[in-house]
Design a protein around this ligand. Structure first.
Ligand SMILES: [Zn+2]
Length: 264
């Protein structure tokens, strides 16, 4: 039985296939990641539609016997041409797309995944170069929540003491939890040690990542990067700590870090 289905879809990747066809990978709200082929010569109206980061309503013709999918129409509602205008936007958008593909669409939470991806790409489309890494890290942090592997940022994952607003927590890479200085062990314990670049033998092993108050505040704050938000712009150290945390969490889940995370 051949059937046509309609999806709310975002193109994550496009590859040429054969002389004039194109293989497309979509994130759909209905079925997660779908791969489909767009057939057609250079004059095909749909060709111009089949580019990464375009989003809209998609019609696919599915042949279950061959298990092949063919794009029959794509009504693009978000084109996002601004993403291609600057390298940083495009690099961050590619990292968003690769993260979603590697995570197979987000483990079933496809509507939310599509919403988060769409918002990140909409923000990137208008972003200054300097804001692009922040938007990507924010998206990766949201993605740890989609995948259910986001650690607690307020309390120590071992003794459950509440971290002071100006305190540092230590992320234990193998366990995926954040610890207070006392539970992280070794050396004189102060909440500020990570801020001053303080080290202890155990933490120096590379198994621990510091997460200072600026990074925690930023990760805990509202969803979209907004320079006008009080305390909303992270300093370079906080942003680097937040990035190290989110990429370590996702790399642990994926079995490897993604190259696109470091391209901007
Ligand atoms: Zn503790």
């Amino acid at each position: 039985m051949v059937r046509t289905c309609t999806y709310s879809a975002l193109i994550l990747r496009a590859r040429s296939s054969g002389e004039s066809n194109r293989d497309l990978w979509f994130l759909t709200a209905e079925e997660g990641i779908l791969r489909a082929t767009l057939f057609g010569g250079p004059k095909s109206r749909l060709r111009a539609y089949a580019a990464p980061f375009h989003q809209g309503t998609l019609w696919i013709y599915h042949d279950p016997v061959r298990d092949s999918r063919k794009v029959t129409d794509f009504d693009v509602t978000a084109w996002r041409p601004g993403i291609r205008e600057r390298y940083e936007r495009s690099a961050a958008a590619s990292a968003v797309a690769e993260t979603i593909l590697t995570a197979h669409g987000g483990g079933g939470e496809w509507t939310r995944a599509l919403d988060l991806a769409g918002r990140a790409l909409d923000t990137l489309e208008r972003a200054d170069e300097g804001l692009c890494p922040e938007i990507l890290i924010r998206f990766l942090w949201d993605w740890t929540d989609v995948l259910g592997c986001r650690p607690e940022l307020i309390r120590c994952g071992s003794c459950a003491c509440e971290a002071p607003a100006d305190g540092v927590l230590w992320y234990v890479r193998r366990e995926g939890i954040l610890l207070c200085p006392a539970c992280a062990g070794g050396g004189p314990e102060t909440w500020e040690a990570g801020n001053r670049g303080g080290r202890s033998p155990r933490r120096d092993s590379g198994d621990y990542l510091p997460l200072g108050p600026g990074a925690r505040r930023w990760l805990l704050s509202a969803d979209t990067p907004d320079p006008s938000r009080p305390g909303g712009v992270p300093d370079a150290v906080s942003l680097a700590q937040a990035k190290a945390l989110v990429t370590d969490i996702l790399a642990g889940l994926f079995g490897r870090p993604l190259g696109t995370w470091d391209e901007l």
